[in-house]
Ligand binder design. Sequence first.
Ligand code: TXA
Ligand code: MG
Length: 371
Amino acid sequence: MKCLRPITEICQRLCITVFQDKQRIKTAVWVVDPEQPDPQVMARAGSVIRGGGLVAFPTETVYGLGANALDANAVRGVFVAKGRPQDNPLIVHIGAVRDLEGVISEITPMAEKLIPLFWPGPLTLVLPRDPAIPAEVTAGLETVGVRMPAHPVALSLVRASGVPVAAPSANASGRPSPTHAGHVLTDLNGRIEAIIDAGPSALGVESTVLDVTGRYPVVLRPGGVTVEDIEAVLGVEVRVAGEQNEVPRSPGMKYRHYAPRADLLLVTGPPDAVRREILELAETDRGRRRVVVLARVESAGDYPGLEVVPCGRRDDPDDVAAGLYAALRQCDAAGADLILAEGVEVRGVGHAVMNRLRKAAKEIIRLGAEE
Ligand code: TXA
Ligand code: MG
């Protein structure tokens, strides 16, 4: 026991040194066209990744923080830059289906059906890992999450790198995922080599994470591809992990995620009842805490005298998803202590939006069936 203390201290010091070194980096921002990024910029970004550096880049879901997935040191740097718990595995991004070789050790029949329909796109498949993928990427699991992104800049970066790219969302751990390059800069400036800025992410929520290693497909995280879409292709019922009380199957499920700094109170149910409840809750808090209402565009006028951050049109879950994380960050920027959030219709990508809001929420008030 005696010799343990100095060793722990040395490890801590090393960790702090790495962290401080990361803080001294000058982060470059490269602006590119989202459809036709400058090949020279992409080649430069690719060589930074290949050389062990960290580059944030746009995908169709959210911005990712890329590192060479074959380089354990580079991958450790991702965890340090984000302050991410080490037991939460990263998704590996590939530029072509043939690049699965060397990332996974076996393709399953379900994956074979899904890949031609959903790749490139916001579907991450959990498959048996190839030993070439370091344990740092998968947090020691025998499986690896892999996806081929649809954004031209993401594809171009992965191809220019010439290696599979491990990339979590490019936010500081626990903060809402970034959907603009500015969000990445707020969280990671000085900790990463570069950010490729190609404007806002179209989808606004992360990919669907689907485990296809077992007998049945299991959604570990709802996202851009809906459960209905997957069921239509596989012809079997898809289970959604976490909907029953069970042990977390995806390490990411156990963390309180996507959280703004303010407390978030989520109110679900018929729109009229939700509005009345939010008005009442705001009245109770008036003068004590700074309250911001996160509401649909159409109901922004229903909260007279209150500060409202509008997020998406009613009956349009895609629009709500696209603006969700920016709206949560806007609430923080407004200095909110309490966010009163309207629930969203649980349809299509609305599943993913409600999943994120529930995870961000300190408390959920259910007024009858969810919308
Ligand atoms: O849309 C996205 O998926 C974005 C962009 C950048 O591609 N990436 C992203 O990564 O959201 P991240 O690290 O923020 O979330 C990855 C999720 C975590 O919940 C993690 O636990 C889960 O995927 N995951 C990754 N590999 C896994 C594995 N082998 N088994 C189970 N869950 C896994
Ligand atoms: Mg994330």
